[in-house]
Design a protein around this ligand. Structure first.
Ligand SMILES: *Cc1c(COP(=O)(O)O)cnc(C)c1O
Length: 215
């Protein structure tokens, strides 16, 4: 089932959109099943779970973090994390850079933009994001790469609302891409199980899907 679901989604989204399989709350055996059908990009939302899965699973997996990251936990994931999709401050970027440097690595970072109507979600607004991208400090951070933006739409059945939020994020992404000279700025991560088709039609090139794969 897991393999069929992954292949089905791959066909729907095409070659130009990356599928990140969200493995949070799943058993290691289920993740292994996805791995065996050739999938290599997985995401967790908690540092502790990420560490456990990293230990338990093959080392050629590209791990992404999609949940809020506290600065004091960066050191645990810095040796292996590929992409941190949930960056919401310059301070966090500095901390990631510091630990990436110690590991002699470059870590991809996506800035998480707040697009939903809900109060609870983490993230930056467009102005805060511009402030980070304009900051002189950013240019000194050699061990991180600002690879793009991530956003989560409002949790609702109102697809018109979701579409408005996705189109807004795509616009911010395009603005930033043309305004700042960041060679690695290529990824727009938006779309989950319930809305990834819509997200891709609005310009997403990375989707994060969990429940639709591990039904
Ligand atoms: C859980 C989660 C997902 C995946 O959600 P599904 O609805 O299970 O596909 C994607 N992105 C983030 C940030 C998440 O926390």
């Amino acid at each position: 089932m897991i393999a069929e679901n992954i292949n089905h989604i791959r066909q729907e989204i095409g070659q130009n959109v990356k599928l990140v399989v969200v493995s949070k709350f799943r058993r290691v055996e289920e993740i292994e099943e996805a791995y065996k059908c050739g999938h290599r990009i997985f995401a967790e939302n908690k540092v502790q779970a990420l560490l456990e899965r990293y230990e338990a699973l093959p080392k050629d997996i590209e791990w992404h973090l999609i949940g809020h990251l506290q600065t004091n936990k960066v050191k645990y994931i810095a040796p292996f994390i590929h992409t941190i999709q949930s960056v919401d401050s310059l301070k966090l970027l500095q901390e990631i850079n510091k630990h990436a440097q110690r590991q002699n690595r470059v870590i991809d970072c996506l800035l998480q933009i707040y697009i939903a109507k809900e109060e609870t979600k983490f993230g930056l607004d467009a102005q805060e994001c511009h402030d980070i991208l304009n900051s002189g400090i950013l240019k000194t951070l050699q061990n991180i790469r600002i690879a793009g933006l991530m956003g989560m739409a409002t949790f609702t059945d109102d697809m018109t609302q979701v579409e408005t939020e996705f189109r807004y994020l795509k616009k911010i992404f395009d603005d930033m891409k043309s305004k700042y000279n960041l060679p690695g700025f290529k990824t727009l991560s938006m779309g989950m199980s319930n809305d990834y088709i819509l997200a891709v039609s609005c310009g997403s090139n990375m989707i994060r899907v969990g429940s639709k794969i591990f039904v």
